[in-house]
Write a protein that binds this ligand. Sequence first.
Ligand code: ADP
Ligand code: MG
Length: 328
Amino acid sequence: PRLANQIAAGEVVERPASVVKEVLENSLDAGATRVEIEIEAGGSKLIRIRDNGDGIEPEDLPLALARHATSKIVSLEDLEAVGSLGFRGEALASIGSVSRLTLTSNHRPDGSEGCAALCEGREMTVQLRPAPHPRGTTVEVRDLFFNTPARRKFLRTEKTEFNHIEEVVKRLALSRFEVDFSLRHNGKVIHQLRGATSTAERQRRVAAVCGPAFMEQAVQLETDRGELRLWGWTGLPTFSRSQTDLQYFFVNGRVIRDKLVAHAVKQAYRDVLYHGRHPAFVLYLELDPAQVDVNVHPGKHEVRFRDSRAVHQCVFGALHRALADVRP
Ligand code: ADP
Ligand code: MG
């Protein structure tokens, strides 16, 4: 099992940011309304994520750390209907196989004691012990890749690894406005984002995540075509090199990079602004989950639309109209 886990870890756990992504997605799947992320040394020393979600029952802690024990996929039809972010039941097992992982949780709201499970690379033996913890879960990942030196060697500088982590947090913060996010690196607060419900609060969050310069010139858009709803903000292309990737497209709450969508966006920018370089946008497409295939690839960044023409037209049309307003 150890080898299988470490092979799987290669797919799921590429770098500290992949750990943060998987663990945060679990918190969101557990209905957390607040997540606190603490990072040390770009995540290679410590990644600690605490949430106030449903928590895990003590007897389920070892299961949560076992590969595939929790897979929510039983059939292909299931795969199409997956609403939650995690569905392969292998992330924690994979992370545990290449780090020193502690999973501490309490599923009871009454302030009773929680339970911690320790899992250290190697044989994946899990030890349980009582531990104080409010309702929710804390995942602590220390010394990532301590037992896979080849992987550890591939880590970039602390700053680069942290930037990747920050990007993951930004994407999730933009996909779950209602959730509080805080992010610290080496004890310093990097982001403190309060849950946002009103449009003004959402705009404030987008400004905090994407920079005030984006929000100042961005136009808000919203189209509803029955089957397809597209909303968000789009702005002038960014020319500062540091902002070249201010491009967020969410499909039913998942960030994606999709050729078809990229093409529709680029074409709209070209049509209205005469060039399509580095468009800046934060856009949300909502549609019937049965109309979109989530790729089974661990990256989960790709999707396939049943009616790709309709999606293309919707994105292109909405951006075209919105951009006419910001044309300089
Ligand atoms: P998956 O998310 O694909 O099911 P994971 O390995 O990421 O697989 O997580 C295994 C299981 O552990 C989850 O299905 C969930 O039941 C439980 N779990 C993990 N993290 C949390 C959390 N923060 N809160 C509650 N349950 C959790
Ligand atoms: Mg998961």
